[in-house]
Design a protein around this ligand. Structure first.
Ligand code: ATP
Ligand code: MG
Length: 385
């Protein structure tokens, strides 16, 4: 028998809807996660109440109506938001992504039938699991399977192709053969999907525990929107932790990563971080930390280890060295130097000479031939005069 622990906010929502004469269920990811013994992260509620009726039932609560045209009302219980969505059937799909219209229905089974995968198409009312497509069995067997005929479901909404890979990677599921074949066969439909959506799914996919295997098996699908995907990067991928920046850097190591990421409308911070990994040399810890922040310096070593640029032992030694340097809170930038431009000016230096001398001092401190102490630095300057 299926049982699921419901937090107080969820219980409040279910009971308010019931007291008002409506049916109410938890649906989607939270039921799936509970079936697998995972802690759910958000609770989506489905009901036969219309959005107007939901708003009315929760008149004593704060309600946000931002998603109301899709049938979703957000109810705040103790400041925590819960999405309450009216059972619906999607109309015909106009463009492989957006249903032309939303039709409400009073049957939970109809609402479940429009959902993408069997494990995502279950509902729970606090007592009974509604599972018309065998989602619980699939969750237990870790199988991802389309609700209905996979080719049709992907033609309705091409994003489901990438969602399949995302769930397989994140949940560590295998994709059932007919669904897998349809993923490959319909991959070109991804061209019709907004790149922002592709990128959002890809980010989740990349952090999945099973991402390396999924990306390799479905590289033809990924290449539809990431044509520069590197074979060496795919192999290297396996030797890394779940780190999105590092994994992107590996996958795009043989291509113009900036162009690929701009095409996907990635944010500038991610683009800069990925490109910096490609551009950075691999000097000793102090120099590495002089050019990259600590997190990026660690990634640079992990990148080199994953690609085979350095061996495992060398990587371990470099990681140790990096942490040792960090523990000393070392001088890494001009600002950390124990002297500044004004000190040099006072010694009679001027113009570009000052900048060059400061660079020279920093370089000597970084390479360990000079202590970052005021007197020692001033003495070193005097010797050059
Ligand atoms: P996550 O753990 O990432 O939140 P989730 O299953 O909740 O996973 P969402 O994208 O939040 O995924 O969608 C909620 C539910 O809505 C899904 O479980 C699924 O039932 C349905 N759904 C979402 N997107 C689609 C889609 N493109 N086609 C069909 N059903 C979908
Ligand atoms: Mg969700």
């Amino acid at each position: 028998m299926f049982r699921m622990e419901l937090p107080p906010g969820v219980r409040t929502i279910l009971s308010v809807l019931r007291v008002n004469g409506f049916r109410a269920y938890l649906v989607g990811g939270c039921v799936r996660d509970a079936c697998m013994g995972l802690p759910p992260h958000d609770f989506d509620i489905a009901t036969d109440a219309s959005p107007r009726e939901v708003t009315q039932a929760f008149r004593d609560f704060r309600v946000l109506e931002t998603g109301i045209q899709h049938g979703t009302v957000t109810v705040l219980i103790d400041r925590e938001p819960f999405e309450v969505t009216t059972f619906r059937i999607d109309g015909d799909y106009a463009d492989h992504r957006h249903p032309k219209g939303v039709t409400f229905t009073s049957r939970i089974e109809d609402d479940l039938a429009r959902r993408d995968f069997t494990v995502n198409a279950m509902a729970y009312d606090g007592e009974t699991l509604v599972d018309p497509f065998g989602g619980q069995a699939d969750a237990e067997a870790r199988i991802l399977r389309c609700v209905g005929e996979a080719n049709l479901r992907f033609r309705e909404d091409g994003l489901r192709i990438l969602r399949a890979l995302r769930f397989a990677a994140v949940l560590d599921f295998s994709i059932e053969p007919a669904t897998a074949a349809a993923v490959h066969n319909n991959r070109e439909l991804l061209r019709q999907i907004a790149v922002e959506r592709l990128y959002a799914e890809t980010r989740k996919l990349l952090c999945g525990v099973n991402a390396p295997a999924v990306m390799r098996e479905y590289s033809d699908v990924m290449r539809v929107f990431l044509p520069g995907l590197s074979d060496a990067g795919l192999r290297a991928f396996e030797r890394t932790d779940c780190d999105m920046i590092l994994r992107l850097a590996l996958l795009l190591m043989d291509t113009d990563a900036e162009a690929a990421l701009r095409y996907l409308h990635a944010d500038n911070k991610t683009i800069r971080a990925v490109c910096a990994l490609h551009a950075a040399a691999l000097p000793d810890g102090r120099h590495l930390l002089a050019s990259l922040p600590p997190e990026q310096a660690r990634r640079r070593i992990a990148f080199a280890a994953a690609t085979g640029e350095i061996g495992e032992e060398e990587a371990a030694a470099r990681f140790r060295e990096l942490e040792a340097v960090l523990a000393q809170k070392p001088c890494l930038t001009l600002r950390d130097l124990a002297v500044n431009g004004r000190d040099l000016q006072a010694m009679g230096l001027s113009g570009t000479e000052i900048g060059r001398t400061l660079d020279m001092l920093l370089e000597r401190v970084l390479s360990g031939t000079l202590e970052n102490e005021r007197e020692a630095l001033l003495e070193a300057v005097r010797q050059t005069q």
